[in-house]
Design a protein. Sequence first.
Length: 316
Amino acid sequence: MNDPTSPVFARSTIDRDAASRADPGLETSLDADPETRVVAVHRGQALIAERIDGSAPALQLTHPQGLPEPVLRCYLGRADGSRFELRVFDADAAAAIEPEAARWQGLREAAAVLGDRDATLLVEAVALANWHERHGRCPRCGAPTVPVQAGWARRCTVDDSLHFPRTDPAVIVLVTDDDDRVLLGSNALWAQHRFSLLAGFVEPGEALEAAVVREIEEEAGVLVDRVDYVASQPWPFPASLMLGFTARIAATASPASAVPDGEEILELRWFSRAEIAAAQAEIGLPGGISIARWLLERWYGGPLDAEGAGLAWSTS
């Protein structure tokens, strides 16, 4: 999970095999296929394999035979000769599968240790499970909806309308000045002295680049330009897609003019590489699985840790 070339969750090795979703016999085929493997989820937590003899952390991927009846099935795709399916279970079924609570882990906890294939399987599974949980009724008429197309749509039971998973786009921005210092902010909802990149949701009818400029001006009071897209990361908490950008403070603006909005952002600080390394014992930085951390380490030139590690890989 230390590959610097792309963020966690963006290193997918899964063929989503969308053509198979329309197959009316898909569920029967998956049940009969000896290579089918189930990602079991309960209340947003996935079943993790028991580690034996120093084995690497992994999802517990089991054949569907003998599993309790799920409340939801979704076809995830195929990889490594297997086909994968999400199955969401209620409390009784989850306890029957695995009563040990520690074996059920949330995405943030599990993704930090899983390999790329399992991490991307899990983020797909959790994103779908979240969407189904929140869209049990038709937004047009309020009637119940039912899963169709192998879990990739829901159909209204009254007006027959189809509804598909939605993703909320958000921009997250690494802002630098002409001295190549990075601007970090402390959000009002976070613990004290925790800093990260500035971010915000894209508004209806708004271009991504415009959202970058608007969000930085709203939260930090400064104008940015030279906006460049870098990478994206699915972030299903509950349904976001983080779109990573870099931007440079405009020539007409002064770094000293950056002022927090006082509502969403309470503190802003400019950091050089040496300053951010020296401050790590005093401040909290973005979590290791987040695109914010990936963008920050990409700028820094290597992994950031409590000891202020040196430059370990190129930013090119």
